[in-house]
Design a protein around this ligand. Structure first.
Ligand code: SAM
Length: 277
């Protein structure tokens, strides 16, 4: 069955009783041109294995299949959506794998062969933990194009010295080059969410810090931004020996977390890791 003969997305939703559920963060994209635009933001997908989280009725999935992607693996928690995608999988033999499950529990590197990319209109309630998990394993990912609530997208891309700069900015920019690529109003989705959304593009840096340094960075940023208005010599007390950590990293204890560059956080996390040994 070619895509043109598949039922439209609204009909797919009606046939499978796929009325949107707030608890699953369901805000669907039903405009094919918009879905194609988002798929294009992921770069040239020719020969790539693409993970899509939360395909829902499959608008973005259709757009991804229309690229030269070798395979799309779609992980979906909602059984109704999994059933709704059966026709699409039949229309693309061997190119669409639909997996019923929780994306928080899957490791992209174990699920897909490389080269891997991740493209998704994320369920907003689990977007941040999903992103942090993928940043941890970014060495195995070639690139990502992910839709977030605009406020989260802005936090990811924020520069030091701004209110939006925080833990997510440091983790994301430490592991990837990040760019806010597209902003979408609530009306682009069905049903419309309360807030604007935005797509962020991620290109992982070549250097892989490894799991121990990543964990040290998570602890460092959690402590530093846990009390972001405090001077670092106070905020980092939870890590123990804050003054000596700051001295090793060459950072004044009177500074505040939001003034530190990503490179300075890198020095601090390395000091935390070295001290832990
Ligand atoms: N990609 C579709 C689109 O753009 O129309 C749907 C996007 S909707 C914002 C998020 C999707 O993620 C929903 O289909 C929802 O059921 C699914 N979802 C929510 N939590 C999930 C999880 N933990 N693992 C996998 N899928 C999840």
């Amino acid at each position: 069955m070619a895509d043109e003969t598949l039922p439209g997305l609204r009909e797919t939703i009606a046939r499978h009783g796929l009325d949107a559920r707030k608890s699953l963060g369901q805000h669907f994209l039903l405009d094919a041109a918009l879905c194609a635009r988002i798929a294009a933001l992921a770069g040239n997908l020719a020969g790539r294995h693409v993970l899509e989280v939360g395909p829902g009725p499959g608008g973005l999935t259709r757009a991804l299949l229309a690229t030269g992607a070798a395979e799309v693996v779609a992980v979906e928690l909602d059984r109704r959506a999994v059933a709704a995608l059966a026709d699409l999988a039949a229309a693309h033999p061997g190119r669409l794998r639909v997996i019923e499950g929780d994306a928080l529990r899957i490791d992209p590197a174990a699920l897909l062969p490389g080269p891997r990319r991740i493209v998704a209109n994320l369920p907003y309630n689990v977007a941040s933990p999903l992103l942090v998990g993928w940043l941890r394993g970014a060495a195995a990912i070639e690139g990502m194009a992910l839709m977030f609530q605009q406020e989260v997208a802005e936090r990811i891309c924020a520069a030091p010295g701004t209110d939006a700069y925080g833990r997510l900015s440091v983790l994301a920019q430490w592991r990837c080059r990040c760019a806010l690529l597209l902003r979408l109003p609530p009306g682009a989705f069905s049903p419309p969410p309360k807030v604007w959304s935005a797509v962020v593009g991620f290109t992982p840096h070549a250097e892989d810090p490894g799991p121990a340094l990543f964990a040290a960075m998570e602890r460092t940023t959690a402590a530093a931004f846990g009390q972001r208005r405090k001077m670092l010599r106070g905020a980092l007390k939870v890590l123990g020996e804050a003054e000596s950590l700051l001295a090793v990293a060459g950072i004044e204890g009177t500074r505040r977390a939001e003034t530190l560059s990503v490179a300075e956080f890198d020095r601090l996390a390395r000091a935390v890791l070295a001290r832990g040994r």
